[in-house]
Design a protein around this ligand. Structure first.
Ligand code: ZN
Ligand code: ZN
Length: 137
């Protein structure tokens, strides 16, 4: 088990965060939006228990891309690191990009979402995880 709080941050260090309770679950998102903003074929992300994430540094630095029809995408404008997603309906609902953690976040991806739009240039690994055509419901 990891020790709490979990710690993490962006590439340049302008944004640092802590999570003081275990993460709820994790998944891969293969949607086009995640591919564009992370530069990868899929975004690995962990869902937090509402209220467990605290920005230690850079609260005034973090910027957000807010699509009208989906979760806000929070990032560091200094280095471009993708950091969090936030529900536009309930802002306490957030995910953290798993690569932003310093150490073991204690959860592993348990499903793959938006596989209908998966990148053509990287086959989806045959890892036995449930695959969903669309998003989480
Ligand atoms: Zn940064
Ligand atoms: Zn996505």
């Amino acid at each position: 088990m990891p020790t709490f709080p979990l710690t993490g941050g962006c590439l340049c260090g302008a944004v640092r965060f802590e999570v003081d309770r275990p993460l709820v679950t994790a998944n891969y998102c293969h949607c086009t939006r995640c591919q564009r903003r992370t530069g990868t074929a899929a975004s690995a992300q962990a869902l937090i228990e509402p209220g467990s994430l605290r920005l230690v540094r850079g609260e005034d630095v973090v910027r957000a891309f807010r699509p009208p029809d989906g979760w806000a995408k929070l990032f560091c404008p200094e280095c471009g690191s993708a950091l969090f997603s936030q529900s536009q309906v309930d802002t306490a609902q957030m995910t953290i990009r798993m690569s932003a953690f310093d150490g073991d976040p204690g959860v592993r991806p348990e499903a793959r979402y938006h596989v209908a739009t998966a990148a053509v240039w990287e086959p989806i690994p045959d890892d036995g995880l449930p695959r969903h055509e669309g998003g989480r419901t």
